[in-house]
Design a protein around this ligand. Sequence first.
Ligand SMILES: C[S@@+](CC[C@H](N)C(=O)[O-])C[C@H]1O[C@@H](n2cnc3c(N)ncnc32)[C@H](O)[C@@H]1O
Length: 360
Amino acid sequence: MPTAPHPAPTRAGPPTPGANPSGPADPRRRPEPPHPHPAAVPPPTPSGPVEPGARPTDPAGCPRPSGRDAARPVPARKIDPTVSDFLDSTEETRPASAEDGSPRHHRAKGEPRFPEGPQADPAGSHFERRIRSFQPRRSRVTTGQADALQRLWPKWGLDIDGQGTLDLAALFGADLPVVLEIGFGMGEATALMAAEDPATGILAVDVHTPGQGNLLNLAERSGLTNVRVANGDAIILLREMLTPASLHGLRVYFPDPWPKKRHHKRRLIQPEFLDLAATRLAPGALVHCATDWEPYAEQMLEVLSAHPAFENTVAEGGFAPRPAFRPLTRFEGQGLDKGHVVNDLLFRRVQDRDQHTPGV
Ligand SMILES: C[S@@+](CC[C@H](N)C(=O)[O-])C[C@H]1O[C@@H](n2cnc3c(N)ncnc32)[C@H](O)[C@@H]1O
């Protein structure tokens, strides 16, 4: 399985942004940990896809369509809100200090796996009656990833708790244009793109704990200062925590294809999602999607082309040539191995009709 290479190790990253004040206590939620981002504004309104069954995943934790999987009914799985706290039982996490030979730390029942790290279901989205574009899953976290989560989460991670809007300049410690990447998987492509373009901040969101640890490791090894890792549902991040026109781009690379017809409603790229994304994207922002699942590519092209807030950067319409700045992603490599065709879509957020460019 080909994976994208990552740049050579260099140095460590930026300072921790400020704390996030929490809202009123919700009895359904776990106690709120301190959050490494400043917050202020109250949340807007719900939207986005909705929720049911389970599906098989690949080793990176991503669902994969195949003839066999498509044909075989998958039994519904109980959603486990502690899922992102799971560590494979064959591999114990040890605090960094245990590397010196001190005894392993055995957690008491209920003790969080990563006390300073990503929280399970931080916004309580499990309780939202909404179809989600991802399947909560138990995933193996390696000791290296666990170590990165322990050490680097307080510095570069943030839980999507829906408790206030983000000050992106404070989060990145610099006034960078910020691009949101939804579903970075293991983060190899994210790290490469961040290294290639240090003048752009990448706010990378996923629910996949091993990938979060992996991306933190890659960011540290590559000396990246322009990546922040968000844990939770991108819909809540967009809806509750990002201010209007705050994003300079949106990247969705190889989103879960949800090949079965009854699961199409789980696909991320839908008109309702674009309505929400459009409000958070600044005029001129690029929306870049790629997929190796052709029916989904057609759906993306259809809904993006029909949406009044977006225009195709390809004048004659249709798919865009693969831009040189997008590295091969892990999921893409798996698709190519299966002979899948990859399509890129590059759309631009247009100015709203009732908005005026100053001075025009
Ligand atoms: C198929 S994988 C692709 C990963 C990576 N982009 C690649 O190409 O290798 C899709 C990823 O999107 C994540 N994802 C799906 N819906 C999401 C959501 N609403 N919020 C955050 N992450 C999501 C999944 O957890 C999964 O890691």
